[in-house]
Design a binder for this molecule. Structure first.
Ligand code: NAD
Length: 291
């Protein structure tokens, strides 16, 4: 039976470390890192994510500010808000919650964020830095996955890693991080042929697809480490529950270690956002970056 990788416990530990570091910054420099979260529209899931980000930032001792804008906000108005936040010296991190309403070009908005305040790590400069092997601000979900992997595996060097999904926010940056750890990396996606055979050669499988139960037990090499990023809502009768991309019960019989959904990768995402806010502050001020 696979070891359970408990992201909830690990994320709580990370937040406690950050809280101590933020206290230290306040003592030494009399400043509290500021995180601005911009939400446009009334998407229910985004509202929950933004509320959680705000609450956890506050608990960590950061100074969060949520800017909720109506769904009728124009691209120009949103760009003006981003410009003001870029210029505001009390704001160290800026996050624009995705998805944005369809009439707004997300890429234009992400490109407008000061790369040094880009705590989501989606700005082309931060994507480029990661690709060149000199990262600063790394996308939160893949960063969370990497921290979990480091906690569970002594050395990633030389391992075969398969990333399922090639999105800009999870799949591609995850592959870059694994490459930087000297893994042999395969990115699989919706057009990949014989996905089970591709997965079976992996020592590490990271799934970020969005299809419940996609990954089966016979896709997994015995002893492999499986990180399930997928978040899928499934309804059975009048009950709705969250599941990942992995057939958890079956895969747990074969894998060496596995993340559950919920309680695996999910909690790490917000913890890494808080970590990125502290990292951004330290870069901006020329202070040591916390480990
Ligand atoms: P996306 O929709 O942008 O990309 C999905 C990817 O899956 C695509 O690259 C596609 O090629 C690939 N894909 C689709 N069908 C496939 C198949 N049958 N076999 C192999 N690959 C297939 O998704 P995303 O934004 O990267 O999110 C992926 C999942 O991760 C979603 O369930 C999302 O909710 C979840 N997610 C979780 C967190 C977290 O904090 N845990 C963060 C971001 C995303």
């Amino acid at each position: 039976m696979a070891e359970l990788i408990n992201g909830k416990v690990f994320a709580a530990h990370l937040r406690a470390q950050l809280k101590d570091y933020v206290k230290q910054l306040q003592r030494q420099h009399q400043m509290v890192p500021g995180l601005a979260v911009v939400l446009v529209g009334d998407d229910a899931a985004s509202q929950i994510y933004v509320r959680n980000k705000h609450r956890q930032a506050l608990e960590c001792g950061l100074r969060p500010a949520t800017h909720s804008l109506p769904s009728t906000t124009t691209q120009g108005e949103l760009l003006d808000v981003v410009t003001q936040l870029n210029a505001n010296p009390t704001i160290n991190g800026i996050l624009v919650q995705l998805p944005l309403p369809r009439h707004i070009d997300s890429m234009a908005v992400l490109n407008a964020i000061d790369p040094d305040k880009d705590v989501d790590g989606f700005h082309p400069i931060n994507v480029g830095r990661l690709t060149l092997g000199a990262p600063r601000l790394i996308p939160c979900t893949p960063l969370g996955c990497l921290l979990l992997l480091h906690h569970h595996l002594d050395n990633l060097s030389g391992l075969e890693a398969v990333v399922l999904g090639r999105s800009n926010i999870v799949g591609k940056p995850m592959a870059q991080l694994l490459l930087a750890e000297h893994c042999t990396v395969t990115i699989a996606h919706s057009r990949t042929r014989n996905l089970p055979a591709v997965c079976r050669r992996a020592d590490i499988v990271v799934t970020a697809v969005g299809q419940p139960g996609l990954v089966q037990a016979d896709w997994i090499k015995p002893g492999a480490t499986v990180l399930d990023v997928g978040i899928n809502r499934v309804t059975e009768g009048d009950q709705t529950r969250l599941v990942g991309d992995v057939d958890f019960a079956a895969v747990a019989e074969v894998a060496g270690a596995i993340t559950p959904v919920p309680g695996g990768v999910g909690p790490m995402t917000i913890a890494c956002l808080l970590r990125n806010t502290v990292t951004a502050t330290c870069w901006q001020q020329g202070w040591p970056i916390p480990e």
